[in-house]
Design a protein around this ligand. Structure first.
Ligand SMILES: [Zn+2]
Length: 158
């Protein structure tokens, strides 16, 4: 199969994926993303428990690229620790920004790796990164928060 055929097929599959596009029960985080240049409007919801993404989904409207990218992200990061998810999210955003990242590291992005060439279509870059930016906000907030079990201070204040 040619790359562009595989690409179209995977984009289509992700657009029909209802496992990733749905309301999320007991979400702990929600972040909205809007891309006025295309009209994409997504909300990413995550349920983070004990430093792990128990569940991840998105809702909203937008073009095929923005929807497929959000779905690829949910597939890749559901079940990952906040730390792993943050690293993979930054790797994806780095790929789109044309940072030098070893091929092998990019392959770990799963289907999202197929969006690599979107960097050559400036008008679609914002579509591809929309959901990932929203999730990045969520993960940064979560990463900055100490785990409940890590709050033991050896010496009480005062
Ligand atoms: Zn778009």
């Amino acid at each position: 199969m040619e790359f562009h055929e595989l690409y179209s097929e995977v984009i289509l599959e992700h657009n029909q994926n209802k496992e990733n596009k749905r309301p999320l029960a007991q979400a702990t985080h929600q972040e909205h993303g809007h891309n006025p240049s295309c009209g994409d409007d997504l909300t990413v919801s995550a349920r983070v428990v004990d430093g792990r993404i128990e569940d991840l989904a998105y809702e909203g409207v937008g073009c095929a690229i923005s929807q497929a990218s959000a779905s690829m992200m949910a597939d890749l990061l559901r079940g990952k620790s906040v730390e792993e998810a943050l690293a993979l999210t930054e790797r994806f955003l780095g790929m789109i920004r044309r940072e030098e990242i070893p091929e092998q590291k990019l392959e770990e992005l799963g289907d999202a790796y197929l969006l690599k060439n979107i960097q050559n279509i400036p008008a679609r870059v914002k579509c591809a990164v929309l959901a990932w930016h929203a999730l990045h906000e969520i993960l940064e907030k979560e990463a900055a928060r100490p785990y409940p079990r890590a709050i033991e201070k050896p010496f009480p204040d005062g």
